[in-house]
Design a protein around this ligand. Structure first.
Ligand code: ADP
Ligand code: MG
Length: 572
């Protein structure tokens, strides 16, 4: 290993040479004179306008000196890593400079979001903290700017590490709050199952977001803090805050009703993101949902491959087989049916459905329509007829936002009404109304049927593009370019970071290359194998040291695969 001073001399020597001379630095590692700081140059960009180079910096724990409590459990360590990544992201803005042409002088980290999830951008390792950065190696025109490079690589990055990664330089209270909040949220989520709860929303939570495109909380003067109705209030224990009281949503079937604009969707959106923890001050720190809760929506136009949607849909025109249903272009109702069956296959135990984005003919079929169109002409058994059997047969609960129809009253275990953003328990009243109008009975099915199990064909999952053996990219959070195909993920609102999207793309490639998708493994085994792998080491998904990945759930991995238009499966 060479010293930073050696690198400084090297960079001065190549000053003014053509940009490709930077390539000699690739794979090198440099160390500070006191041996506490390391710089690794993993990838060197081809020219100053290309995607920036990849480097890693490491600061040894002999000087970071983080106390044990800040990283003593997995929960705490992930919170600390996310916290430090935020600090480094701010510092990147300060240390970045326009040091020449193109991306010269850019320093960038894959910044975390409101959700606290394991990421590869910053890692608290046994010996050191490692930060993975993108760096624009400086140039004048297309010639190496060696002096600027020496300043950035040998001085600025070291300085940045010393300012952001040393415990004594940081706000101890903020760190403590980050790690304790994360640990408490995990503890709350861990208790849900024992208490037969699907979700918990702490009193005082701030659910609304600043805007449709900004996940930060709405200003505290305009946001109404959450307050559970006493009949649904539960109190849970946390390791750091004592007890916390809030709304507990029990297993079974829960309706969220209320007037338009009274906060129904906002509550459901908070629940769908409650599968992840949130950073302090987010407002949803103690909104936690079962890890296997899956948001379901209609998604017309998606492709479907060999899904047994017969629990919901039968006798389609043109004798389309619905026990292994495939289409290039699903309708609203068939897409929603497939989304549910696929979620069951990937192991969902809770379904979250919002009327705003559900197919009406899939959700309900009122009495007048039943009279007009005879049952044998209607292929759809609406969700309302199956939602109970889904729970009694398979143990899968549902939380439904339904402001426009009372048809679910007879099948609901409880009804929460949002009134001026505050929940009320209207279960009893809704039951009475259901009894009063018994004629509009729901034709309830007693059984659900067992969900399909499928085996994906490896040849149908092909990452090649042109002459490249593997070409997988994602330009934004909702899209993966997989070989020649584009996978559209815009319906998957439980992907919360583009780092997860990239990791899902990498996982699909990994599953192909490591023969996890081998034509024998069923989809559920494939999900098990990959998710066990990423739980222990996210880096194993890719070669080299990518700093732009984050952990994802099995459900979103399955959903991405299910949306690959070339996918072929056989039943298991
Ligand atoms: P609904 O689904 O009942 O029609 P939404 O959940 O879409 O209503 O909420 C309507 C509006 O009210 C949104 O702009 C949302 O940000 C805002 N809102 C939701 N909950 C709160 C709250 N607790 N305090 C303040 N504003 C809120
Ligand atoms: Mg709504």
């Amino acid at each position: 290993m060479n010293t930073l001073e050696y690198l400084r001399n090297d960079l001065r020597r190549i000053d003014g040479r053509g940009y490709p001379a930077y390539k000699d630095l690739r794979g090198n590692c440099y160390i500070s004179s006191d041996a506490t700081f390391e710089l690794h140059i993993d990838h060197v960009q081809g020219d100053p306008f290309a995607a920036p180079s990849h480097i890693r910096i490491r600061l040894a724990h002999s000087i970071t000196a983080f106390p044990d409590w800040s990283h003593s459990s997995k929960s705490r360590r992930i919170a600390l890593e996310n916290y430090l990544a935020h600090i480094v992201a701010n510092a990147c803005r300060k240390f970045s400079s326009q040091a020449g042409s193109g991306k010269s002088g850019l320093i960038d980290i894959d910044a975390p979001c409101q959700e606290v999830i394991a990421r590869t951008a910053l890692l608290y390792l046994d010996e050191a903290i490692e930060v993975r950065l993108n760096l624009g190696l400086p140039a004048r025109g297309r010639r190496i700017a060696g002096r600027e490079a020496a300043r950035i690589l040998c001085d600025d990055l070291h300085q940045m590490a010393l300012e952001t990664l040393i415990f004594d330089q940081l706000d101890k209270d903020e760190i403590q709050s980050a790690v304790e909040t994360n640990e408490d949220a995990d503890a709350l989520r861990d208790q849900l199952k024992n208490h037969k709860l699907l979700a918990f929303v702490a009193d005082g939570s701030i659910l609304p977001r600043r805007s449709g495109i900004d996940q930060r909380p709405l200003d505290s003067d305009s946001a109404v803090p959450f307050q559970a109705p006493s009949s649904l209030a539960v109190t849970l224990d946390t390791p750091n805050r004592g007890t916390i009281t809030g709304l507990g949503i029990p297993e079974g079937i829960t309706l969220i009703v209320g007037g338009g604009f009274h906060g129904k969707s906002t509550l459901l959106n908070a629940l769908e993101r409650g599968v992840y923890n949130h950073r302090p001050q987010d407002g949803r720190e103690f909104v936690v949902t079962r890890p296997d809760a899956v948001k379901i929506r209609a998604e017309d136009g998606r492709s479907i491959s060999g899904v047994d949607i017969s629990p919901f849909i039968n006798n389609l025109p043109h004798q389309n087989d619905t026990t292994a249903f495939s289409t290039e272009n699903a309708s609203g109702s068939t897409s929603q049916a497939a989304n549910i069956i696929e979620a069951l296959e990937s192991g969902a135990d809770t379904l979250l459905i919002d009327e705003d984005i559900a197919a009406t003919n899939f959700m309900i079929r009122d009495q007048r329509m039943q009279e007009l169109v005879e049952a044998d002409k209607e292929p759809i058994t609406p969700f309302v007829s199956k939602v109970r059997a889904l729970f009694s047969d398979l143990g899968v609960s549902s939380i439904l936002v339904m402001g426009g129809s009372g048809d679910y009253f007879p099948v609901a275990d409880r009804v929460i009404c949002m009134d001026h953003y505050l929940p009320e328990d209207l279960s009893t009243k809704a039951k009475q109304i259901a009894e009063k109008y018994q004629t509009s009975f729901v034709d309830e099915c007693k059984t659900f049927g067992s969900p399909s199990r499928r085996c994906p064909h490896p040849a149908s999952i092909d990452p090649r593009r042109g002459r490249r053996e593997v070409s997988v990219k994602s330009r934004d959070i909702h899209q993966i370019q997989f070989g020649e195909q584009d996978i559209d993920l815009s319906a998957l609102t439980q992907i919360v970071s583009s780092s997860q999207t990239r990791a899902i793309g990498a996982a699909l490639v990994y599953a192909r290359q490591e023969s996890i998708i081998d034509g024998k493994n069923g989809l559920t085994e494939i999900l098990d194998l990959i998710c066990t792998k990423i739980e222990t080491n996210l880096d194993s998904l890719s070669q080299g040291y990518r700093g732009d990945l984050a952990v994802f759930r099995r459900h979103e991995l399955a959903a991405a695969l299910n949306r690959l238009r070339t996918l072929k499966v056989s039943p298991l």
